[in-house]
Design a protein around this ligand. Structure first.
Ligand SMILES: C[S@@+](CC[C@H](N)C(=O)[O-])C[C@H]1O[C@@H](n2cnc3c(N)ncnc32)[C@H](O)[C@@H]1O
Length: 371
């Protein structure tokens, strides 16, 4: 079956997601602002969920149309082939958002879309009501500049939830963003990765998963695993294909340190759950004593920002320390993600390259030093 997909993503990650989907043989990949569209079959549905490192979730696009009134929204929704997806007993709640559109009341749009879907399915199945006791088909709508897109979520919990991080310290980095930082740093399976303020270890764990080519979704479940359209053998085949791509003979190693012993014990536990504990060495250490133990080093760090953990002055003091410890040398590269626009001033050097990314709602920059 040919399926259209939509991937909502963190702003700034669209290009990375488009690239990884192309590597998975997705067809017709288009990156837009905050989302990536592509097409494929039911194997692609499972593959994108299991393998994507940067996507927030994978949605199936049921259809799209323009609507300026509730009547247009109702008729447009009712015209779509919902029965292709939703069975007689399935659950189909509705949620979504509207931006810059005539139809701005989300709760009204939500109930109109629900009513129109019910009407369509009533006609198809010839039943007066739906018990909604079966598999979950979460309908998601987006209305942007009067264009309505109706989708169904295949993922369930966000794809950043890999399953290895049930506990987290005060300000963990989203797994998808940590993976994106490793990609920006061109991390390879023969590199040595350092995070001297590693907190719960997200950057190091995502780096190890990437170096070993371990699919991030291998050990979790997805909503569409209960769908008729994506039977168990498809998921099993895609899990087996992902396992076959794993690397075992790698030179990769990672070193993590932090001053907080509790964060370090969470990090160790997370690394163990992710199956990468043998590739990461953790140590309690202040960043002021940071010095790589290898000649070549890829250093990625997510220091505290003034507005979140410490006051601005203390954060700037840390950036000054980083500037002293992150010494330019051949084979060494440093990547620092922070929301502090004056970072370079405290750090003491202008970055060789910068990249804007969003950590949740917080606008950040990745400052890159490799010369
Ligand atoms: C924003 S958090 C990092 C979160 C991490 N990326 C994660 O995903 O969990 C900043 C970390 O810096 C640590 N930290 C603060 N001051 C430090 C210092 N002087 N030396 C080393 N670590 C420090 C904190 O304990 C905290 O874990």
């Amino acid at each position: 079956m040919q399926i259209e997909f939509c991937v909502p993503c963190l702003l700034g990650l669209e290009g990375l997601i488009a690239d990884e989907l192309r590597m998975m043989d997705a067809a017709n990949v288009r990156a837009e602002n905050g989302r990536v569209l592509f097409s494929g079959d039911e194997y692609m549905l499972a593959r994108a969920n299991i393998r994507s490192r940067y996507a927030e979730r994978i949605l199936v696009v049921v259809g799209s149309f323009e609507a300026h009134s509730f009547e247009e929204l109702f008729q447009g929704t009712k015209r779509l082939p919902w029965e292709k997806w939703i069975g007689k007993k399935d659950k189909f709640p509705v949620k979504g958002y509207s931006l810059n559109s005539d139809l701005f009341s989300v709760s009204d749009c939500q109930s109109i879309i629900k009513k129109a879907t019910v009407e369509r399915l009533k006609d198809t199945y010839g039943v007066p009501w739906f018990e909604e006791s079966g598999a979950l088909y979460q309908i998601q709508f987006s209305i942007m500049k009067n264009v309505v897109t109706l989708m169904i979520d295949t993922s369930g919990r966000g794809l950043h939830k890999r399953g290895y991080r049930p506990e987290a310290n005060a300000a963990p980095l989203k797994e998808t963003l940590a993976a994106a930082l490793c990609n920006l740093a061109h991390l390879r399976h023969y590199h040595t990765l350092y995070d001297p303020m590693c907190g719960s270890g997200t950057i190091l764990i995502e780096g190890a998963l990437m170096a070993l080519n371990i699919a991030p979704g291998l050990h979790r479940h997805f909503t569409a695993e209960r769908w008729l359209q994506a039977p168990a053998e498809i998921w099993q085949a895609e899990r087996e294909a992902a396992v076959a791509l794993q690397k075992t003979d790698v030179d990769f190693h990672a070193y993590g340190s932090d001053t907080d012993p509790e964060a370090l014990s969470i990090a160790r536990e997370n690394a163990r759950r992710a199956g990468v504990a043998d590739y990461i060495t953790f140590e309690q250490k202040d960043v002021k004593d940071f010095a790589p133990v290898t000649e070549k080093a890829t250093v990625i760090v997510n220091p505290p920002y003034g507005e979140r953990l410490l006051d601005v002055k203390a954060a700037q003091e840390i950036y000054r320390t980083l500037g002293k410890r992150f010494i330019p040398a051949k084979g060494r590269s440093y990547y620092i993600i922070t929301a502090d626009e004056d970072f370079e001033k405290s750090f003491g050097r202008k970055a060789d390259k910068r990249r804007k990314l969003y950590n949740g709602m917080i606008k950040c920059q990745v400052y890159m030093y490799f010369k």
